[in-house]
Structures are given as C-alpha cells and as structure tokens.
Ligand binder design. Structure first.
Ligand SMILES: NC(=O)c1ccc[n+]([C@@H]2O[C@H](COP(=O)([O-])OP(=O)(O)OC[C@H]3O[C@@H](n4cnc5c(N)ncnc54)[C@H](O)[C@@H]3O)[C@@H](O)[C@H]2O)c1
Length: 374
C-alpha cells in the first residue's frame, strides 16, 4: 500500500515527472552526490551547503545551484526542498537527519548512519513518524563482483555458510590524521566506523541479512598515536581537535542468529603487507567463495571453490567492476522516493549495521562479549 504523505513541502515527491528538489550538505563526498543528482532527469540540485567558501562557489557555478549556504541549518530551512543529502562529518548525520525529516524532507545520508545505536534508533523512528524515506550510502555492495557473488549464492549456493571472514586492511590509510576523522566527538570512532559499515553491509547482504546476536571485539590506536599511518591527503583536511583519539585497528568475532559466525577486522594502518585490501570469504558446507579486492581492483576479484568429482576446483568468474557505484545507490534512492512505498525505506538496514558496530565499541571498551538486543 502506498504511503499517504502528509501535506507539506515534500508531498509532491511521489508524482512522476515532477522535478525533485535536492539540497546537498558537504562538499567532499557531497560533490559526488551533486554530480549524481545533476545527471538524473527530473532531479534538481537547488541548494548546497559547506564551509569551504571557494569550493562552494566553484561547485555552485559548475552545477548552477541557486542557494549556496555556509551552514546546514539554513539549507534544511528552505521551504521548497524535497530531499536533503548528507555528506558531512559523522557527528552531524543525526542532527541534520532529525531536522530534515521533521521538516518533511526525505534523507539520503552517507555511512555511517549515526555515531551509535541510540541516535540511529531515533533517526529511524523519525522517518516512520514523519513518513519519509531515510537511506544510507552503502555503495560497496553495488560493486559488480559483490552483486555477482550474491547471484551465485542465490542461484547455485555453497551449502550452509557456517563461517565468514571479512576485512578491510590498509598499510597507511588514516584519513586526515588529526582531522575530524580522528576525533572521537566528530567521527564516533576510527577505522571501524569509517570502513566497517561497507564491509559489514556487503557481508550481511551476501549472508541474506542474517542478524548478528553477539560480538566480542578489541580496538587499538597504537599507530595513529605514534604518528604513523597517515594517508597523503591528510594535510589538506582541516584540523579539529588536533589529537588522535580513535582506533586504527578493530577486530571482532560475530555470532549470528543461525549459529554461524564471522571474523571481522578493519584497519586504517599496520606495519604489514596488507595495503588497501578488502576481503570477504564465505565458508559453506559445499563450497567457498572469496572476494578479494586489493587496491580497489576491478578485475579478477572473485573465486569460488568447490569439490567436483572428488577433486578441488576453483572457479574464476569473469566479472569486471566498472566503478561508479555511488550514482547507482543515489538513483535507487530517488526511485524509492518516487515509488511512494516509503514504509519500506526507513533506514532499518543501516540501523542493524550501526547496532553491530556500536556493540563492537562497547565490547572493546568493556573487555567482554556484548549481546545485541533482539
Ligand atoms: N560512501 C563512501 O564511500 C564514502 C566515502 C568517503 C566518505 N564518506 C562519508 O561521507 C561523509 C563526509 O566525508 P568526506 O570525506 O566528504 O569529509 P570532508 O571533510 O571532505 O567533507 C565534509 C564536509 O562537511 C562540511 N560541513 C562541516 N560542517 C558543516 C556545517 N555545519 N554545515 C554545512 N556543511 C558542513 C564541510 O564543509 C565539508 O565540505 C562522512 O560521513 C564519511 O564517512 C563516504
């Protein structure tokens, strides 16, 4: 059944052919949002907000954006906006989302949804209360190799998957060492909350959305504190607290509701061979599947392992990853807004991902296994 949107600025957003009016907050990843919206028919970027004055003017001119603003609150207050698209430091995701939903706007938010479970629950509840779409940018699952792996699992299968290993490991990849990314207050955490949402999302997607019921995790921030591991671009980013307050390594064991398990490890830095390597291995009773993406590789990233006539056989599907996953996710979000079926898109997927990451932080802080509330 279609939702019946309340009268208000966003009530026209389910009518096909009516241009949707978007405001984008943030000029880093936000510029990717602007480009994606601007390329879509019947979608207009009418407002842009960000602190970098020159970049704001440049993007505004490039995409002919009429409203250029320094602060998100002025953007959310614009009366004729249907959508607010958020690409700000993580700590602003919650206040901007809450204000935008209350003002009747649909929200597309960068990962992570929120700093913690309490915030995420409020955001999902607000999407329900105000009857609007809330969606999060999980673009990695849109990679062609992840999509193919899912299709293989659905159509062929590898038997019951009893264990998985998932990781994103960098050798020297702390984004903006001593910027907002390394501020506990602004980012909510380090490597785990930054890269973890993508790996966790792809893992849960491939596992058919089985639920994590318990986590046991550790977190370390040794390299960042010692001054190692910065990415090149860190110098270009504004300093916030001037301190490294977060983890550069987190490692966890997940227990799922069906008795299966996963080892999960995320690092921004490490004196080791791994250098921008993303890996998801699924171990099934009748076969295995390994996605291994070194340095954002776009070919030869997938292997399937089976026993055929008593001999081990490796399958290497010919899948090319063309890239450009963000526009796909944004196009899907626009489709959901247009569908009027808003009740299916309230950020629930993202909520479980935040619950799991939040439980990891609590487990690491308290030194014990944390069970998630059912
Ligand atoms: N999905 C992905 O693959 C992906 C990739 C990179 C970053 N991200 C996410 O995107 C978000 C932004 O990351 P980034 O790399 O673009 O960071 P960034 O530091 O490059 O950009 C943050 C932007 O927020 C703006 N901002 C800060 N305070 C503001 C305010 N009060 N009002 C208006 N604008 C304000 C800044 O001016 C800046 O333009 C983060 O949540 C990050 O996790 C997602």
């Amino acid at each position: 059944m279609a939702s019946s949107p309340s009268a208000g600025p966003a009530s026209r957003s389910s009518s096909p052919g009516t241009p949707l009016r978007v405001g984008v907050v943030g000029l880093g990843m936000g510029s990717v949002h602007v480009e994606a919206y601007a390329a879509m028919p019947d979608v207009e970027v009418v407002a842009l907000a960000g602190k970098e004055v020159d970049r704001l003017a440049e993007l505004g001119a490039q995409y002919a954006v009429p409203h250029l603003l320094a602060d998100w609150a002025d953007l959310v207050a614009l009366p004729d906006l249907d959508i607010v698209s958020i690409a700000t430091p993580n700590a602003l995701h919650h206040p901007i989302t809450m204000a935008a939903l209350a003002a009747g706007k649909h929200v597309f938010c960068e990962k992570p949804l929120a700093l913690d479970t309490a915030q995420a629950r409020e955001m999902v509840a607000a999407a329900v209360e105000h009857d609007r779409v809330l969606e999060v940018a999980f673009n990695h699952r849109r990679r062609a190799d992840v999509q193919y792996a899912k299709r293989y699992l659905d159509e062929v299968g590898i038997g019951r998957i009893y264990h998985a290993r998932a990781s994103w490991k960098r050798r020297a990849g702390i984004p903006g060492l001593r910027s907002w990314f390394t501020s506990k207050r602004m980012a909510g955490g380090g490597a785990l909350i930054d890269l973890g949402p993508h790996v966790l999302d792809s893992l849960l997607f491939l596992l058919g959305e089985r639920k994590v019921v318990a986590v046991s995790a550790v977190a370390h921030g040794e390299l960042g504190r010692a001054g190692y591991g910065a990415m090149d671009r860190s110098e270009q980013m504004a300093s916030d607290t001037g301190a490294f307050e977060v983890e550069d390594l987190a490692s966890a064991l997940f227990r799922f509701d069906d008795g299966s398990s996963a080892a999960f490890e995320i690092t921004w830095a490490g004196h080791t061979v791994d250098d921008e390597d993303i890996s998801i291995e699924l171990l099934g009773v009748d076969g295995g599947l390994r996605l291994f993406v070194p340095r954002y590789a776009s070919d030869d990233t997938l292997r399937i392992f089976r026993d055929v006539a008593g001999r081990p056989v490796d399958i290497a599907p010919d899948v090319h990853v063309p890239g450009g996953e963000h526009p796909l996710v944004i196009a899907e979000f626009i489709e959901h807004v247009r569908s009027g079926q808003w009740q299916h898109h309230r950020g629930d997927f993202a909520l479980h991902r935040t619950e799991v990451l939040d439980a990891c932080y609590r487990s690491a802080a308290e030194g014990r296994e944390i069970r998630l509330e059912p």
